[in-house]
Design a protein around this ligand. Structure first.
Ligand SMILES: NC(=O)c1ccc[n+]([C@@H]2O[C@H](COP(=O)([O-])OP(=O)(O)OC[C@H]3O[C@@H](n4cnc5c(N)ncnc54)[C@H](OP(=O)(O)O)[C@@H]3O)[C@@H](O)[C@H]2O)c1
Length: 331
């Protein structure tokens, strides 16, 4: 097939392009080419989605399928649909489970209430930190536009936490990187579940779906697993000599340790308000062919990436050695 990836120069978009090339497809990546190189065998067509006529380089091109990774811009999505809808057979939009409006209630499926749509653009996820609903609301508006344009030829992928090679968010990767250092490891004593998906598995399913013309809206990650068991599994997978030291959410809050992500955090630990964020029903995506690899493989990929970046680098998420020592001393 001829596949268009709107993106393709980093992480998920790049993994989709790489998987499609590996299968022998003709792959065009449309991006500025500033975030990185497209995979070997794919073609970069330079576009600027920030400009009204920024997709002109794709005029007249035909594609069997397209994948759009637009993170947090409705205008990018709108412009791409307006410019390309008559040139593309099947359209995949990468959305997020952040579209849901309430993570304190047990989920029932993709029909759960979502945030109000916002036809806006924000410069980056980081820039949206003071407006936590912006990301999900812009994804909702983007999803609606894609469904309206492509109907049952639209695939909406509401991804959960994406992990693996080239992940720059530092969340999942914190744990294998920390476990491999060994010693006493502070872990959240939280009775919650978590879900993740290796970027290579998500990419393979997205390419499958373009090949098969799969339509619909799916939550997309692996099955929910208890966070305690996941962290133990990561420790076992890296084979580090560790003692996991569970610390209660109350104590972590008292010490001003942040949940989920960012500096001074314990990544993947969700606060009570988000208890069900890692408990969505992935059965429909698994039935539609999403195949998560074993934890040991996902950890190996994440750890190789962590080592390539440097285990002692300044991280975007997690605890420094000093912060962890401070917590241990306070117990
Ligand atoms: N990470 C997670 O855990 C997670 C979870 C749920 C959902 N998601 C979703 O998964 C997707 C991740 O996408 P991704 O990994 O491929 O990375 P990304 O960071 O969304 O990639 C952005 C792409 O857009 C291109 N781009 C940036 N500015 C551009 C411009 N002005 N014109 C044209 N292209 C431009 C970039 O290439 P150039 O810079 O080379 O132009 C890059 O290829 C996003 O939709 C995200 O919301 C992620």
């Amino acid at each position: 097939m001829r596949l268009l990836v709107l993106g393709g120069t980093r992480f998920l978009g790049r993994a989709v392009a790489a998987e499609a090339v590996r299968r022998g497809h003709d792959v065009v990546c449309a991006a500025r080419g500033e975030s990185g190189a497209v995979p070997e065998g794919a073609t970069l067509v330079k576009v600027d989605r920030g400009a009204d006529d920024g997709l002109v380089a794709l005029a007249g091109e035909r594609f069997d399928a397209a994948v759009d990774v637009a993170t947090i811009s409705y205008p990018w999505v709108r412009r791409a649909l307006d410019a390309l809808r008559d040139q593309v057979g099947h359209w995949t939009f990468i959305s997020s489970i952040s579209v849901y409006s309430d993570f304190s209630a047990r989920p029932t499926g993709v029909g759960d209430p979502v945030l109000p749509p916002r036809e806006e653009q924000v410069d980056s996820i980081a820039a949206s930190k003071d407006d936590p609903d912006a990301y999900g609301s812009i994804k909702v508006a983007s999803e609606n536009a894609v469904r309206a344009a492509f109907g049952d030829r639209a695939l909406i992928v509401r991804a959960g936490l994406i992990t693996g090679p080239d992940d720059l968010h530092d969340r999942f990767g914190y744990w294998p990187a920390r476990m491999v250092r060994g010693g006493r490891v502070v872990v959240p004593d939280a009775d919650i579940s978590m879900q993740y998906i290796d970027v290579r598995d998500l990419a393979a399913w997205i390419v499958d779906s373009g090949e098969n013309g799969t339509g619909g809206t799916f939550d997309a990650a692996g099955p929910a697993v208890p966070l305690r068991g996941l962290l133990r599994g990561i420790a076992d997978a890296v084979g580090g000599e560790v003692e996991l030291v569970p610390v209660s959410p109350e104590k972590l809050a008292e010490l001003k340790i942040n949940p989920w992500a960012g500096p001074r955090s314990l990544p993947l630990w969700l606060p009570e308000s988000h208890r069900w964020m890692g408990g969505r029903d992935m059965a429909p995506a698994l039935a539609a062919g999403l195949t998560p690899r074993a934890l040991v493989d996902a950890v190996a990929g994440a750890l190789a990436h962590e080592r390539a970046l440097g285990l002692d680098r300044e991280r975007r998420a997690g605890l420094t050695a000093e912060e962890e020592a401070e917590i241990l001393a306070a117990l």
